[in-house]
Design a protein around this ligand. Structure first.
Ligand code: PLP
Length: 377
């Protein structure tokens, strides 16, 4: 029986704990109201520049280019690097489909590479073995804010070999490697602000880069190939990949409390970690909370019981979500190949409720339900 509570914002009137839901605060609402009263034109202008500047300052990236989504941020970065038909980009087999479909949108092809079991990110050694003359770039995805330990050295070797590295840091706002924010180690890094993300603008994304020339090209491509807005001097073939100021004010408002969001996300993970240590059958995928801001709380369970566990949690008013499929096996890609680690992790992985709405008591409730399920097996 799911108890009734006062809705936090609109819709839901039960205490069903969604696996994830955005937290929009009174400060965010106030920022939107102030902006709408200011007579702004809604489209990208000064508020977007402020949002980009805050992202640049927080991450340490010299340049930041906002985009309509994380997917289109990836597309913009790839196009900005000149990647297109005839080229190949290496992508981890376990990631959200957009890491691969952004590549396909450029006309380039995707080759999937297995992941490593510890971080669930690209197996860098397998990746290096897979590089051929056609490989123009590697898409290094930071799954749940994690990064392979030797990512900086790998990026150096890729650079030496003329292979670009795009960091898909869609899930990595607030996560660092060797003191640098993820997304700023490679040639470009992309963030996402979809409604599930650590900072959300509903939809949205951004490319981070320290490369001035890439930055210049991406700004052109984002605005129909025009040198500046308000004129129609098309320098190159481009698109409308602009952001909106209406979204930027929400993003800016959330960026102001990012340190608190980061602290709470880490505390949520730490509480799960402490409780799940005693739950046989649910293995938390470890993370270094000094450097990583867990987006989701991920556990591995016996593949044979996962569906029953999801149903059990649902019956207790608790949302959860299975990991992504191994992309090579998804009907969209359907490749006759094997990536054993991605296959096993995908079959066993489950994301537990992870939103900023969670109270400590909520986390305890999830862990109690998990414990009861495992004991009853
Ligand atoms: C790893 C990864 N890459 C790319 C994306 C796509 O971002 P968006 O939904 O903003 O297009 C996501 C979205 O969840 C993601 O998790």
């Amino acid at each position: 029986m799911v108890p009734s509570v006062t809705p936090v914002f609109g819709g839901a009137v039960t205490a069903y704990l969604h696996q994830m839901e955005p937290l929009i605060t009174p400060a965010d609402m106030q920022a939107v109201a102030v902006y709408l009263q200011s007579g702004g034109w809604l489209t990208e202008f000064r508020e977007t520049r402020t949002f980009e500047a805050m992202l640049g300052e927080y991450t340490g990236a010299r340049y930041c280019v906002a985009a309509p989504s994380g997917t289109l941020a990836l597309f913009l970065a790839l196009k900005g690097m000149g990647i297109g038909p005839g080229d190949e980009v290496l992508v981890p087999d376990l990631t959200m489909a957009a890491s691969a479909t952004a590549v396909l949108l450029t006309g380039a092809s995707v080759a999937f590479v297995d992941i490593e079991p510890g971080t669930l990110c690209l197996d860098l050694a397998a990746c290096e073995r897979r590089i051929t003359g056609r490989t123009k770039a590697v898409m290094a995805v930071s799954l749940n804010g994690r990064a392979p330990a030797d990512l900086p050295a790998f990026i150096s070797r890729c650079r030496a070999a003329g292979v670009r590295v795009i960091e898909d840091a869609a899930q990595a706002l607030g996560s660092f490697a060797e003191g640098r924010h993820l997304g700023t180690l490679g040639d470009a890094g992309c963030l996402s602000f979809s409604s599930q993300k650590i900072v959300t603008t509903g939809q949205g994304g951004a490319v981070l880069t320290n490369d001035e020339s890439l930055h210049h090209t991406m700004r052109l491509l984002r605005d129909f190939g025009r040198v500046s807005g308000g004129n129609d001097r098309y320098q190159t073939v481009g698109w409308n990949l602009k952001f909106t100021d209406l979204q930027a004010v929400i993003g800016t408002s959330q960026m102001q409390r990012l340190p608190r969001i980061v602290a709470r996300k880490r505390a949520i993970f730490a509480r799960y970690r402490a409780q799940l240590a005693e739950v046989a059958g649910a293995e938390l995928v470890e993370t270094n909370l000094d450097t990583t801001t867990p987006w989701f709380v991920d556990v591995l369970v016996d593949a044979a019981v996962r569906a029953a566990l999801i149903a059990h949690l649902h019956g207790h008013g608790l949302g959860s979500r299975p990991f992504y499929p191994p992309l090579h096996a998804a009907p969209a890609f359907a490749r006759a190949e094997r990536h054993p680690v991605a296959e096993q992790v995908s079959a066993r992985g489950l994301w537990l409720p992870s939103s900023l709405h969670l109270s400590d008591a909520d986390i305890d409730r999830v862990c109690d339900a998990l414990r009861a399920f495992m004991r009853a097996r």
